[in-house]
Design a protein around this ligand. Structure first.
Ligand SMILES: *[C@@H]1O[C@H](CO)[C@@H](O)[C@H](O)[C@H]1NC(C)=O
Ligand SMILES: *[C@@H]1O[C@H](CO)[C@@H](O)[C@H](O)[C@H]1NC(C)=O
Length: 218
């Protein structure tokens, strides 16, 4: 018993390591300009060249003016835009939804997401791998957590703009709209696959496809 418990104690923390790996140094500001070096993450900028600015990001100062097809504006602060996050295992986004606006069903393959509503009333929902739907109307000051890899969405059900910040336990959480993956891939998935998947005919598939454009990915 004692040995089994000890083994569990040693093994458990490791088996729960399903987020970005821990940093091996104080920092590793991403050097994004290495087109021919393909590693997991980004190489570090020369530490002697690092300045205070590398730990700073002001991308959220700008008001979210431009909206996408779904009435949403997503402003990201991930490693691509904020290289100081490299190896630190976290990132954050701000999402503005106009009334009725939606952040359609999507997945973050590499991160759990914690939503904090700052403005408005947002319906947040997720579907588990058993197809159980969990949801909640999340108001100002409230949090909702979306476990890694599950399909989820946010819909502004209020009469005013809704804004939330969402933090991720990955510098690069991954982001994929379910509908875009199926109806707006490059090159397109064969119609046959989609008619059979959705138990429908080519006309309906073409109709749905025609509604999607590259812009709607933004
Ligand atoms: C809602 O957000 C949009 C986009 O940022 C903005 O143009 C609009 O003025 C906002 N509405 C209100 C009532 O603040
Ligand atoms: C969100 O709004 C900002 C400010 O207008 C804009 O720079 C940014 O491109 C918008 N984001 C998207 C994804 O349209």
């Amino acid at each position: 018993m004692v040995i089994v418990s000890l083994l569990l104690l040693i093994l458990l923390p490791q088996s729960s390591h399903c987020v970005d790996p821990s940093p091996l140094q104080d920092f590793c500001i991403a050097d994004l300009d290495h087109p021919f070096l393909f590693i997991n993450g980004f190489p570090c900028k020369n530490p002697t060249q690092v300045t205070s600015k590398d730990f700073f990001y002001d991308g959220f100062k700008q008001n979210p003016g431009i909206l996408n097809t779904f009435g949403a504006n997503v402003t990201r602060a991930d490693v691509d835009l904020f290289p100081g996050l490299n190896t630190l295992g976290l990132s954050i986004v701000r999402v503005l939804l106009v009334p009725g606006g939606i952040n359609p069903p999507h997945v973050h393959q590499r991160a759990t997401k914690l939503v904090l509503v700052l403005e408005g009333k947002i319906l947040v929902g997720l579907v588990t791998t058993d197809d159980v739907f969990y949801w909640k109307i999340v108001s100002v000051g409230e949090l909702f957590v979306i476990p890694r890899g599950l399909i989820h969405f946010q819909l502004n059900i209020g009469e005013e703009n809704g804004t939330f910040f969402a933090s991720f336990n990955s510098q690069n959480p991954g982001f994929q709209f379910v509908a875009n993956a199926l109806f707006n891939s490059t090159p397109p998935i064969p119609v046959d696959v989609l008619t059979k998947t959705f138990l429908t005919d080519g006309f309906i598939i073409d109709l749905i496809r025609s509604r999607f454009s590259i812009e709607s990915l933004i």
